[in-house]
Write a protein that binds this ligand. Structure first.
Ligand SMILES: Cc1cc2nc3c(=O)[nH]c(=O)nc-3n(C[C@H](O)[C@H](O)[C@H](O)COP(=O)(O)OP(=O)(O)OC[C@H]3O[C@@H](n4cnc5c(N)ncnc54)[C@H](O)[C@@H]3O)c2cc1C
Length: 419
């Protein structure tokens, strides 16, 4: 028997779906069955569009079935970066859209995936004064834009939130949280099918000519094509590939922890991420396992001794867990853009794409699907705002990996030195 890809795959079930055999036509053909593709298919089908989705492997094979399950109510980019790109009015819209995206996720989870274990409460934990000051800046900016929820804590108050001496402070964000992302995705897929969409698995798109999409088994002639392959799309569309860097991140899931120990480490049951660039992110699953992610690696190779590395990282945060058993270990590719704002737009009037969610795709993919469906059905005002954002190609051409590895080594060293 093939072992499950991840702890998520071991704890969620989905029907097997057909591969595409033969030719067919439709209004919208979505390429990629992650959260972005399935959300797009759901929104399009709900608007009455005849929608076909083609997934190369199985639904949730990519980042959407491998991530940390952290529900983040913001863009990955600093508000100041967004403001430089789209001005004050645009930033207002972006800020409101990011909040809307969390509300949509709550609604979608309640309707399609009540088993997805959605929980709220989040700590952006800081390791030093530099990070604390930076996070305070974020907290104040969010409050100035109208989100009163976040607050800064440190010292004794921090210990009420997390049982670790590694951190000196944190921003508490009550409207971010955690979810079982694969059960959520499977629920969205069921919803899309109930609304009339057809989802094919094991149907890798090999070639696209205008809006004719070909797999090994057949072809789909569509009015509109939407690319949602993100970091897994490879070289299918050179223009899209250039703007997204696949970055590997790794996740370990431990054996279930004793109730008392789990309550000591997570007294408020929040999800946590630190503020390093190559950050650690972690939370407790519903069966009290520690789900601990860490990255990022700009090399495509799985690091040797990964289990030992993850164990050391876990022990650095929670020394009580230095001997804990690791039951699941996997890696996945995050698609990042240079400015960390998602790349959502068009490469032709009826060819759309959504990619580069930069570590915040659990929430923002839903927004992408909604905005693309709006544009396909005649209202592209919100898509145009995303299209205003300049997404530069990653520099270095074929050499971009070595250049980034070198750059990342410096960033990691800086985080390690706490400067
Ligand atoms: C380890 C890890 C941890 C992360 N943690 C978090 C987190 O805690 N919170 C958060 O918000 N985000 C997180 N992310 C990022 C988040 O998972 C992604 O932003 C999100 O899942 C992207 O969804 P997607 O649908 O765009 O891409 P994917 O989920 O990667 O889906 C793309 C799909 O397209 C398919 N595909 C590609 N090419 C073709 C083709 N030619 N034909 C057919 N199908 C094709 C692939 O097989 C794949 O299934 C994490 C990512 C990773 C890898």
């Amino acid at each position: 028997m093939t072992p499950p890809l991840t702890w998520y795959h071991a704890t969620a079930s989905a029907p097997e779906r057909d591969r595409l055999i033969g030719d067919r036509s439709c209004d919208v053909c979505v390429i990629g069955g992650g959260l972005a593709g399935v959300s797009t298919a759901l929104h399009c089908a709900e608007r009455g569009l005849d929608t076909v989705l083609l997934e190369a492997e199985t639904i949730g094979y990519g980042a959407s079935g491998r991530n940390g399950g952290q529900v983040l109510q913001s863009l990955s980019a600093d508000v100041s970066v967004v403001e430089r790109q789209v001005g004050r009015d645009g930033t207002r819209m972006f800020f409101d859209m990011a909040r809307e995206a969390v509300e949509d996720l709550k609604d979608r989870a309640a309707r399609h995936a009540p088993d997805a274990d959605l929980r709220f409460g989040y700590l952006h934990a800081t390791l030093n004064e530099r990070q604390f000051d930076g996070m305070r800046g974020v907290c104040e900016a969010w409050q100035a834009w109208g989100y009163a929820g976040p607050k800064m804590i440190r010292g004794a108050e921090l210990r009420e939130w997390i049982g670790s001496d590694r951190f000196m402070g944190a921003m508490v964000d009550p409207e971010s949280g955690q979810i079982h992302p694969l059960r959520y995705l499977y629920g969205l897929a069921r919803g899309a099918e109930a609304a009339g969409a057809t989802l094919f698995e094991h149907s890798a798109v090999l070639d696209v000519d205008g809006t004719v999409v070909r797999t090994a088994g057949g072809a789909v002639t569509a009015r509109t094509v939407v690319y949602c392959g993100n970091a897994y799309l490879g070289g299918l569309v050179a223009k899209l590939r250039a703007k997204v860097m696949p970055v590997a991140s790794f996740v370990a899931v431990t054996e279930p922890l004793a109730e008392e120990l789990a309550a000591k480490l997570f007294p408020q049951d929040v999800a946590v991420a630190d503020c390093n660039v190559a950050l650690d992110y972690f939370r407790l699953t519903e069966d009290r396992r520690l789900l601990f992610g860490s990255g990022a690696s700009y090399s495509a190779i799985t690091p040797p001794g990964l289990e030992g590395t993850m164990r050391r990282k876990i022990a650095r945060v929670f020394p009580d867990l230095s001997d804990v058993r690791i039951d699941h270990l996997w890696g996945g590719l995050i698609g990042i853009t240079i400015n960390r704002i998602p790349d959502i737009g068009r490469t032709a009037p009826n060819v759309f794409h959504a990619q580069g969610f930069s570590g915040q795709g659990v929430v923002l993919t839903g927004l992408a699907g909604k905005i693309i469906a709006e544009a396909i059905t005649g209202d592209d005002s919100r898509l145009k705002l995303f299209e205003k954002v300049r997404h530069l190609p990653f520099p270095g051409g074929p050499l971009r990996m070595p250049a980034l590895v070198a750059g990342m080594a410096w960033v990691k060293a800086r985080d390690w030195l706490g400067i």
